[in-house]
Design a protein around this ligand. Structure first.
Ligand code: ADP
Ligand code: MG
Length: 691
């Protein structure tokens, strides 16, 4: 936590490293290469693990374990030299009731010190069968720099900085400046959790006497780190709400209720709940920033429609931004159907409009003739101006960068933003990556949905898969067949959509087999999609262009070629294209998994339909960095805390940060001065707000 420090103390983060005894100009550079520029940073350069030099009884040590033991030299040492400058030194040592052979490589000079009867402490790997220890470190009791009996910190070092030097430098810095380490947590939190004072905790992290004291120190520092992280998010949010420069949408609640009653189905309780949350935000004077997450098929679109309708009733415009043109067109059609009777004008803005169409649409938006515009990222181009943009909804958010969202945001008067995602964010990540968002979750699927049955089969079962497709189509249903690539590639041994389309057309001369991929023109894609949604095409061979959002409730079978090439979340998305109506649906994964992760992915898919569970497993298999598909996912890096294993602390810290920042005296009270100073340094608070 850079630059934390109470004003009463000199700031350790402003103190140069050269003040530490034994650190000269050269070493300063070496430390800088490790990202350490001040005494404060050196002191907060925490070890990532400890080396255990505590002395143990050899009798209880398992084979292959690394251990430190105490004993007496029991025989004469034997030195063998071989090769150039190589040697092996061995001696028998009595440890308790065991006589072991201690072996050193390339330490010939030790021979003279190994007189029989000499007490010695050995650290090394224990070979139980041969009663032998390969010694990595040895000490004679009473030596000044004794490591034995302790836990030694292990730092991340590199270049000219050695482990031993780092240990010394940090110990020295602590000895000289440790008393200047300020407390940063309010007393209230210290008392609530019985934390070690900061000074003591930092000492103990570097030099724990016992595992227990290291654990206590870590508990405090992890909390502190996560608390300040959450404090930033919550203070930012609280200030945002105080600022009230958003738009308070004054819509007629009864009109919205009428719209809901006119829907072709009754809303689920979950949908009602999240709609209430969103409508509540729309009425507030601050800009909403809300994430709507719900499993595929949970019915997010209609939630967005109700919100957009409310916004239009309040005299503003709405935008719905989606990742693909197919999806934009589909959404436009379905919104039009819903909105038509209510006199709401829906427009479309995608990259493939003609110049003329585009100009017209932009002009209509500017004049306010279009109430709701659906589009791809073409929506956020510079020349697109709104008359009064009130609400921006982005669908399938994982396809949009943060920047794109903020560009669109800047176009309106700080519009309300609703971000929808069908990749449920595991709680672990949501709390971290989206800590500055309010989250609404659709927990249930519309009633009457039957769980999709999923099978993983090898390519040798293709005949049976074809039989399955035939059976479904003969019963009046439709099928998707997904392939990873469009065309044959000599580099990758994968099925391709064009080949598979030919193959399927031969296999099913009696059906219409369609082909959909990214290289078709928009008009062509549109045609194919319309044919499929009207059941003029029964089998649709496609690439992943249909991954998100496509909604054809009569489709009941999803066949995925080369399923191992897709990640878990992507497979779940694809599978979510079926099971959207009242018919039993199926997913067949054609895969010949070669490695364990691939096998595990197939297993997870066949075991569960729960998007939250799948996201959790995906996270486990891929790690947080990859989860969002990019390394630049905005995931914070923590010094002490681990996002996954310290998740509960993260939750506690979040609750505490929320509670504190909601108090009026948080912004004025003396007890919170250090916290406000921190927020000021992080540029969340400006100078004046401190008083
Ligand atoms: P997603 O959350 O994946 O975007 P959609 O919004 O596409 O899901 O909805 C999936 C399907 O469920 C659509 O056909 C939609 O019309 C239908 N649907 C949505 N809400 C309900 C409901 N409350 N009852 C019945 N069907 C619903
Ligand atoms: Mg959707």
């Amino acid at each position: 936590m850079n630059g934390l420090g109470a004003s009463a103390h000199p700031d350790l983060f402003a103190m140069p490293l050269t003040l530490v005894r034994g650190v000269g100009q050269q070493k300063v550079q070496d430390l800088e290469a490790l990202g350490i520029y001040s005494i404060g940073q050196l002191i907060e350069y925490f070890p990532f693990r400890y080396e255990d030099y505590r002395i143990r009884e050899l009798a209880e040590v398992k084979d292959g374990e690394k251990v430190t033991v105490e004993g007496t030299v029991y025989s004469e040492a034997v030195l063998q030299r071989y090769g150039k400058n190589k040697s092996r030194l061995s001696v028998r040592v009595l440890c308790g009731s065991i006589i072991l052979t201690a072996v050193w490589f390339n330490r010939p000079f030790l021979k003279d010190r190994l007189a029989a009867g000499q007490a010695i402490i050995l650290t090394g790997k224990w070979d139980l069968r041969r009663k032998q220890m390969t010694v990595t470190e040895s000490e004679f009791p009473g030596a000044a720099s004794a490591r034995s009996g302790t836990l030694q910190p292990v730092y991340s070092v590199g270049g000219p900085v050695t482990q031993a030097w780092m240990r010394k430098a940090i110990s020295q810095a602590l000895a000289q400046f440790g008393t200047l380490i300020p407390e940063v947590l309010p007393k209230e939190l210290m008392d609530r959790y019985g934390f070690l004072p900061r000074r003591q905790a930092i000492h103990a992290l570097h030099h724990p006497e016992e595992v227990e004291s290291g654990r206590e120190a870590r508990r405090r520092m992890v909390y502190e780190e996560l608390f300040f992280f959450q404090l930033k998010l919550h203070a930012f949010r609280a200030l945002q709400r105080k600022r009230s420069d958003g738009v308070a949408h004054e819509f007629d609640a009864e009109a919205v209720r009428q719209f809901v009653r006119a829907l072709p189905f009754a809303l689920t309780d979950s949908q009602k709940k999240v709609i209430a949350e969103i409508l509540h935000d729309l009425k507030q004077p601050f800009a909403m920033n809300r994430l709507l997450q719900g499993d595929v098929g949970a019915g997010k679109t209609v939630v967005a429609a109700v919100a957009l309708y409310a916004c239009v009733r309040a005299g503003a415009q709405g935008a719905l931004m989606v990742p693909t043109e197919i999806l934009a067109e589909q959404h436009k059609r379905s919104l039009e159907r819903l909105f038509e009777p209510f006199g709401v004008a829906v427009g479309l803005l995608t990259g493939s409009l003609t110049d003329r169409q585009r100009r017209d649409t932009i002009a209509s938006l500017h004049m306010g003739l279009i109430d709701i515009v659906v589009g791809t990222h073409a929506l956020i181009q510079d020349d697109v101006l709104f008359r009064k943009l009130g609400l921006v909804v982005t669908d399938e958010q994982h396809r949009f960068g943060v920047n794109q969202r903020s560009v669109l945001r800047r176009k309106g008067l700080n519009p309300d933003v609703l971000t929808m995602t069908a990749t449920p964010i595991p709680r672990t990540l949501a709390i971290t990556a989206f800590g500055d968002l309010d989250v609404s979750t659709l927990r249930e699927l519309p009633k009457g949905r039957k769980p999709i049955q999923t099978y993983a089969v090898g390519l040798d079962k293709l005949e049976r898969v074809l039989g399955f497709i035939r059976r479904e189509v003969l019963q009046g249903r439709q099928a998707y067949v997904i392939c990873p690539l469009i065309e044959e590639s000599d580099k990758l041994d994968v099925q391709n959509a064009i080949d598979v389309h030919t193959q399927m057309s031969h296999a099913f001369p009696e059906f219409h087999v369609g082909l959909l991929h990214g290289r078709l023109t928009t008009a062509e894609k549109d045609d194919v999609m319309r044919e499929f949604s009207e059941n003029r095409v029964q089998v649709l061979v496609a690439t992943t262009v249909i991954e998100v959002g496509v909604d054809v409730p009569n489709a009941t079978l999803m066949v995925i070629y080369d399923a191992v090439r897709f990640g878990l979340s992507q497979l779940h998305q694809l599978r979510g294209r079926v099971g959207r109506g009242e018919h039993q649906s199926y997913c067949v994964l054609i895969a010949d998994p070669k490695n364990e992760t691939a096998k595990e992915r197939m297993r997870v898919m066949t075991e569960t339909n729960d998007g939250f569970e799948i996201a959790r497993r995906d996270l486990e298999l891929r790690g947080p960095g990859d989860f969002f598909g990019t390394k630049q996912s905005g995931m914070p890096e923590f010094k002490v805390a681990d996002m996954m294993s310290d998740f509960e602390t993260m939750e506690t810290a979040r609750d505490d940060a929320a509670e504190l920042t909601a108090r009026p005296d948080f912004w004025t009270g003396a007890a919170y001065l250090t916290l406000r100073e921190f927020l000021q340094r992080e540029q969340i608070l400006d100078g004046e707000s401190l008083d």
